[in-house]
Design a protein around this ligand. Sequence first.
Ligand code: BG6
Length: 489
Amino acid sequence: MKQENPALFIIFGGSGDLAHRKLYPALFNLYRNNYINKKFAVIGTARRDWSDDFFRDTVKESLKKFCEDEKMVQEFSSHFYYQSHDVNDSQHYITLKKLAQSLNDKYELEENRVYYMAIAPSLFGTVAGHIKSENLITDNGFNRLVIEKPFGHDFKSAKKLNDEISQTFDEEQIYRIDHYLGKEMVQNIPVLRFNNPVFNTIWNKDYISNVQITLAESLGVEERGGYYDGAGALRDMVQNHVMQILAQLTMEKPEEFTSQKVHQSKKELFASLKMLSSDEVDKNFVRGQYGVNLNQTQISYREGPNINPESQTETYVAGKIMFDNDTFRGVPFYVRTGKRLPEKSTRIDIVFKKDIKNIFTSLNESEIKENIFSIIIEPDQGYELLMNGTKVGMDFATDTFSMNFKRSAKELDKVPEAYERLMVNILDGDHTNFTHWDELSSTWKYIDVIRQKWDEEKEDFPNYRSGTFGPKKADDLLARDGNQWVFRG
Ligand code: BG6
């Protein structure tokens, strides 16, 4: 049996959507699997005036589809407490502190605290400030701050936020969530690279022609217009998720896979990002916004709730990212992400150079294809390798075939949710799969150049139909280099 990690979770925004959809189910699974069991308590805070009982009912409701064992759910939710809370009111933090102390004693929590910010980002700094001024930090146990995205909307705001929370918490106490780093196949990338000589030796500019990262979503913005219209795909997906996948793929091998060494590797990698000048943005990045679908059964982005009818917000981004380092100099990393694309698919396609001298005179050279190695992250999980060979039969003729590995449905069923893994990491004090400030500051600086350029110039939106793979310009981006997207659905 795993050792139990006692802790008090104070979830700011405990009545919200994220808490109910992701955090409570994740905590419940930790409970089921003995990471937390008897020695834990959760305080949910929000403005509304709820009783503990009402709060517990909402928690139970959110667990319904995960567990039919009512007794277990009942026992789990009995550890939940509610505190009506105005984030600006010092008095409320004093009440919160008293409740935290009494729960600490009741559940033997060893003064361990996880402060989880599941609230509007504009409030992160205020809450962190009060945690310090009203002295909620304990002397003996751990005090860990968990921060959801978005962490700022540009470098300047991210720095301001970081400065604010750093008044109360050290970098080692801060856990910035990027849920892509909690995904099974994203965590798998370094193992694949570093534990397989067959990949390790060819993972560089000598062998790789280009790399393509696709984070495609079939859903639109739906009810999230209020947030999304001020954010857009570049901030929502590229600055964080795409950049972190890129780092998993390209960071130099750390001396050992510890948080400190991994972050050092990532820091060096991002320092080698080839920054774009404003004039280079249009040649290297493409933006799109979805319109209606062919049958006009789906509304366009601009027609969605809480969205400016003339919105210039992009729901699609494709770009070419390069590094100025010895390993990948000259290799284009094409990235794309978009909403309302034909299907949900997260994958990486690595295209290798076709640097071979064809010695088989009877084989047609033009039919020899590049090797392509694909890492399928979601919704399936697996790998594909496209290879050259011969056709069956007496003719000595060229053929290409693909070696596939796919995890079975049974295995996929057992894959833990990203949030579950990340919660365990937080309890264990393992930072490896969280975003360090150094990484954030570099990626924001990179993104800011693109954002500023786009803010200056209007685009003719909408420029792609719902249900298609984005604007044509995204194909042109690769075609200019003589390349094309491997994945086309
Ligand atoms: C979130 C974005 O971070 O990631 C959403 O805010 C996006 O816009 C989501 O839909 C995608 O995550 P996943 O895990 O469904 O690929």
